[in-house]
Design a protein around this ligand. Structure first.
Ligand SMILES: [Zn+2]
Length: 76
C-alpha cells in the first residue's frame, strides 16, 4: 500500500489520532496505522477505524472539552 497523497510507501507505526468536533476535541493516542514517512499522512485499517468511531461516541457522551485516551486501553 502506498500513500494516496504522495505515493510514497507506507510503514507500520503508531499515531495520535485527533478528532476535532468543534466543542469537543478527542485525542486517541497510539493508534496502529500505516504511516507515510514522506508527508506524515496516515491511514488506519477499517477494523481500527470502526473502533475509533466507538471511542469517539463514548467520548462525546463524556462531555469533556478535551478527551484523551490511549487506544490500547480502550480496546482491551
Ligand atoms: Zn505521503
Amino acid at each position: 500500500m502506498n500513500c494516496t497523497f504522495c505515493k510514497a510507501p507506507l510503514s507500520n507505526g503508531r499515531v495520535n489520532h485527533i478528532v476535532d468536533l468543534g466543542e469537543h476535541i478527542i485525542i486517541v493516542k497510539n493508534v496502529p496505522a500505516n504511516v507515510c514517512k514522506q508527508c506524515g499522512e496516515y491511514f488506519v485499517d477499517t477494523a481500527i477505524a470502526l473502533k475509533l468511531e466507538s471511542i469517539v461516541e463514548k467520548a462525546r457522551k463524556n462531555n469533556a472539552e478535551v478527551f484523551i485516551v490511549k487506544y490500547d486501553e480502550m480496546v482491551a
